[in-house]
Design a protein around this ligand. Structure first.
Ligand SMILES: [Zn+2]
Length: 103
């Protein structure tokens, strides 16, 4: 990789992917966008190979069949809903104490 700017960007994007604040596919799309608009990157003969390697590292799901990936995404959404519903169970007790002051 000859372009220092892409190197820096790739590192910071990769940290976001590790933190799960950025989708791996988005990181790859950002890299492709930079390469398409950067003279240094366009003249780097090894960059396409390196991009392919990085894509393999951040996008392991691309080896999983698409149907399985969609099923996993649905499972994640259902789990998130369950957590939200559990939080409401203990909220009713405190309201009764305030009513005594008004009498
Ligand atoms: Zn560049």
């Amino acid at each position: 990789m000859q372009c220092n700017r892409l190197l820096k960007l790739t590192k910071s994007w990769y940290l976001n992917v590790v933190d799960e604040t950025m989708a791996p596919a988005r990181m790859v799309a950002f890299m492709e966008q930079h390469i398409a608009s950067c003279d240094i990157c366009q003249n780097d003969p090894d960059l396409q190979k390196e991009l392919a390697k990085i894509t393999e590292i951040v996008l392991p799901e691309s080896k999983i069949p698409k149907a399985v990936r969609m099923q996993q995404a649905q499972d994640d959404e259902e789990e998130a809903d369950d957590i939200e519903n559990d939080e409401n169970e203990n909220g009713d007790i405190e309201d009764e104490e305030d009513e005594d002051d008004e009498i």
